[in-house]
Write a protein that binds this ligand. Structure first.
Ligand code: BGC
Length: 765
């Protein structure tokens, strides 16, 4: 198979504004949901003076790290969980004559880097100069395979430029933790490291290891296989095994060396030790009988399928098009696919946020997968089911009788947030998960998922809220209230009746009610022991949920008493003081009417029905001037709101900024990893904003608002087991049924029936 390189799928070094080393390490990461490898200078090794944080991440492979609190109160998490940064599989040693890249300082300059998003291949050229002035080119190609999750491939080409001499190539990985020299003072960066052990597994004719974590007691097998000119398996003077080639190189000639790594699944330690041979045999089997090229081609084919179903084609703004493709590529690279992992907030591209999963997955990324790859969406949701037990235990530890309390940030299901006011207190995470389950179900109609997993989560999360909240009187009326929580906006904390939270919880409770009849008298309902009385209380709480409203300004109130907080004029704050969280004590922010990110507006977006455009306009005009967008999750949401209410200019401006979060490093911290939630939110900007999709159990509708900068936008989606392609033009929508039986949808107000017999429709608007 030969795939022609299309320029609109290339991330090319020359076109990137920043050339900062750490930023490039992130941008050119290659991952596949199981493993992720940061880009690096392949000759840097474990050199502590190297400015960079290279390394390999395995999704969900983490260790503990004790959190040191000044004052530690009951119930605070003992440990931080941190994704392990394993050795850099890109590392190679090269000797030229007597000079050795691992001892002598070889100057390495990047000549070129190109990431082909069609195939997932990263192609790089380095020009390397030895201290004696010998110059050679190092051509490096690498990819993480989408066809076999365990495989990472790397190929090196060595070309002497100004000499003939002996060259030795040594590929050996004898340490496990990748050293790093960077020290950062940003609270959002996690610098702790797991405690790892690398055990060499003897008796195989290729380097094979068992990597184990000390505290979390996990294990993974890693092995790699090399092929190339005179390359042989060998043991060095320190008894370390690796690959070695020695040859006399001629100026201008190129020799190639390729390696396929196989990085196994994560197992409990005992298991990994006991079955090491068996696991290794499986990993070995695969990489020994294939080649870099064959694996790359297989992976590229999967990328082709991905683009076929998931691409969004924009005619009119090539820059936005490329940024969008980068976002979709990264999202797909980052998503855990084994039902035991989710999508870390930084993908598998960096150790920012410790590799933790947040609500980012369910609210900002999952919609993209639900509509374009429902199978994968289900696996991502399954992670929440796999950690339901932990959530239940957490609720019990909190003193609750029943229900589940999902962790705000976590890998293993338990809370890892060291700052509870903006962490554990964000109990909306429960309802975010329930909301995502409902979204998945509405789009797929996957009854088995709902019956086997989804409904149980919906009930358990709701039960938690029934105990947290309470019935009380407000303004003389009986209400259900949820006090002392933190909403999505992290510049307010421990508030009463956060609008977003209450609205989401109301929905969560309604879901219990909605499906209760369906599961009545089933094994599931027996197992859940949902009584009539409990259902009645849940219904009453949903009916009476208190949603704060500011009568004076006629807007939804972010939380009860938000209107009494200090007003701040953001334009009076020096630009160098943003993000505010790095410059102000949290209490200065909590007492003010200032937002880090979309909060009430997000609720408007997630529940687009039941209010008028005028209402949304009032909310928008109230919250937009007080929002700093210090969270990268914010702008895309404001873009959707602006598009809905016809603020076209603002919509496009917010969207264009949101879409460039990583590619332009606009939050100045892409070096720590991509902002996966923000990338997903940008897709939402198109889908819910410009395409104007409103979906609920009854109908799929679309109210397009094509930006004037675009001639058209095209994308495919799956809906109730059928696939459709949409092309939206200024005054026309073309929709075709590609597979499945079709449905009736509303497009720009018109009812539109798509069937096998009449699969194409053109709607003028
Ligand atoms: C945001 C949170 C988000 C987290 C991880 C924070 O800056 O405020 O909403 O979940 O980043 O992306």
């Amino acid at each position: 198979m030969r795939i022609e390189q299309r320029p609109d799928f290339q991330i090319h070094l020359q076109n990137l504004k920043s050339k900062d080393q750490l930023y490039l390490e992130t941008i050119f990461n290659v991952a596949n949901g199981h493993i992720g490898v940061r880009d690096s200078n392949p000759l840097q090794g474990n050199n502590p003076n190297y400015v960079g944080t290279p390394g390999l991440f395995v999704n969900g492979f983490y260790d503990y790290y004790p959190i040191e609190y000044g004052e530690k109160y009951t119930g605070y998490p003992e440990n931080d969980q941190v994704i392990n940064r394993l050795f850099d599989p890109r590392y190679i040693r090269i000797k030229v004559g007597d000079e050795n890249s691992s001892v002598d300082f070889f100057k390495s300059e990047t000549v070129d880097k190109n990431l082909d998003m069609q195939t997932g291949l990263l192609h790089e050229i380095f020009s390397v100069t030895t201290p004696e002035g010998k110059i050679f080119n190092l051509v490096v190609e690498s990819f993480s395979s989408l066809a076999s999750d365990n495989v990472y491939g790397i190929k090196y080409g060595v070309v002497p430029v100004n000499f003939d001499d002996d060259i030795e190539v040594i590929k050996m990985h004898s340490y496990i933790n990748q050293a790093t020299s960077s020290t950062v003072s940003d609270v959002r960066v996690n610098e702790s490291e797991g405690h790892l052990q690398l055990d060499f597994l003897e008796g195989y004719d290729q380097p094979s290891y068992l990597i184990t974590t000390y505290k979390s007691q996990q294990g993974a097998i890693l092995t790699y296989n090399g092929k190339g000119f005179k390359l042989e398996y060998y043991k060095d003077e320190n008894n370390h095994w690796g690959y070695h080639a020695k040859y006399h190189a001629k100026k201008g000639s190129q020799k190639e060396f390729e390696f396929l790594f196989s990085i196994g699944d994560v197992h409990p330690l005992v298991n990994a030790q006991m079955y090491a041979d068996q696991y290794l045999a499986k990993l070995n089997e695969h990489i020994r009988h294939t080649s870099f090229k064959a694996e790359l081609m297989a992976s590229a084919q999967v990328w082709q399928t991905f683009w076929l179903h998931s691409d969004v084609e924009i005619d009119g703004d090539p820059q936005v098009q490329l940024s969008l493709r980068f976002n979709l590529f990264e999202l797909h690279q980052s998503a855990g696919r084994n039902a035991h992992t989710s999508i870390p907030a930084k993908g598998l591209s960096g150790s920012g946020y410790g590799g933790h999963y947040f609500w980012d997955t369910e609210i900002f990324m999952l919609p993209f997968f639900i509509y374009t790859n429902p199978e994968l969406a289900k696996k991502i949701l399954m992670y929440r089911y796999q950690t339901l037990k932990q959530a239940q235990r957490q609720a019990t530890q909190f003193g609750f009788n029943r229900g589940a309390m999902y962790a705000w940030r976590t890998i293993n299901g338990y809370e890892a947030s060291a700052y509870w006011p903006a962490g554990t207190a964000q109990i909306h995470i429960n309802a975010d998960i329930a909301y995502a389950i409902e979204q998945y179900y509405e789009v797929t109609g996957d009854d088995d998922f709902l019956a086997d997993y989804g409904y149980e989560i919906i009930v358990e999360t709701a039960r938690f809220y029934m105990e947290w909240g309470k019935f009380t009187e407000i303004d003389g009326e009986r209400r259900f209230v949820i006090n002392r929580v933190t909403g999505p906006d992290e510049y307010s904390a421990i508030v009463d009746n956060n609008y977003y939270t209450n609205k989401m919880v109301k929905f969560n409770l309604r879901m219990v009610e909605k499906y209760a009849k369906r599961f009545e008298n089933t094994d599931l309902s027996k197992r859940l022991s949902l009584s009539k009385q409990e259902l009645a209380e849940i219904k009453e709480a949903a009916d009476l949920m208190y949603l704060p409203f500011d009568k004076e300004n006629n807007v939804k109130l972010q939380y009860q008493n938000f209107d009494k907080m200090n007003k701040i004029n953001l334009s009076h704050i020096d630009t160098s003081d943003f993000p505010l969280l790095l410059h102000y004590h949290p209490l200065m922010l909590y007492r003010s009417q200032v937002n880090k990110q979309a909060d009430t507006i997000l609720a408007d977006i997630l529940f687009p029905k039941g209010y008028s455009d005028e209402e949304l306009t009032r909310d928008f005009d109230f919250y937009e001037p007080i929002t700093t967008h210090d969270s990268s999750l914010s702008k895309a949401i404001f873009a959707i709101a602006a598009a809905r209410i016809g603020k076209e200019k603002q919509a496009y401006s917010f969207f264009a900024q949101a879409i460039e979060t990583d590619i332009q490093n606009s939050h100045h911290n892409t070096s720590n990893g991509i902002h996966a939630g923000s990338l997903g939110a940008a897709w939402e900007g198109i889908f819910y904003g410009f395409a104007g999709v409103v979906n609920n159990a009854e109908t799929f509708s679309m109210y397009p608002k094509l930006p004037s900068q675009w001639n058209s936008v095209k994308f495919r989606i799956f809906l109730y087991n059928s696939e459709y392609i949409f092309a939206i033009y200024e005054h026309e929508v073309r929709v075709s049924l590609l597979s499945g039986t079709g449905t009736t949808m509303i497009i720009a107000g018109a009812e539109c029936e798509l069937t096998r017999e009449s699969p194409n429709q053109v709607i003028k608007y």
